[in-house]
Design a protein around this ligand. Structure first.
Ligand SMILES: [Zn+2]
Length: 132
């Protein structure tokens, strides 16, 4: 429980819960139902100390989800090499247009490309079925 605004010292605080917009690596989410004190004097927002742990945990979950989706360019290069594909063959197998850009990190792979990459990493023998 907070009685005074930590920003301006006013006692004019309103307690409520709302969704808080959050951005990480250009991806947006809303952390739902965040309990906070809103200062009617200065507009400052202070998280309820009892809610900070939950907020931090939801933020950490979001980070893990985004990081798991992001592909490591070195990983992409390693798998292509393991599959013994040159960049042109990789475009053919993966249906991409510029596979090399995925290996520099300039372009993020489509999620389906990443899934196929992971599948072929585990079952490299299947790449022959995609070569035609
Ligand atoms: Zn204030």
């Amino acid at each position: 429980m907070i009685d005074l605004c930590p920003e301006c010292g006013a006692a004019d605080l309103v307690y409520d819960r709302h969704g808080v917009s959050y951005t990480y690596k250009d991806r947006h989410t809303t952390i739902p139902s965040v309990a906070a004190y809103h200062c009617a004097q200065c507009g400052g927002v202070t998280l309820d100390p009892a809610a900070v742990h939950r907020y931090d945990e939801l933020v950490a979950q979001f980070h893990r989800r985004i990081d798991a989706e992001a592909a490591d360019p070195a990983y992409i290069r390693t798998v292509r090499s393991k599959l013994r594909l040159d960049p042109v063959e990789a475009d053919h197998v993966f249906g991409t247009d510029g596979f090399v850009h995925l290996e520099t990190g300039r372009v993020q792979p489509h999620p389906s490309t990443l899934k196929l990459l992971k599948l072929l990493e585990r079952h490299p023998e299947l790449v022959d079925e995609l070569r035609e």
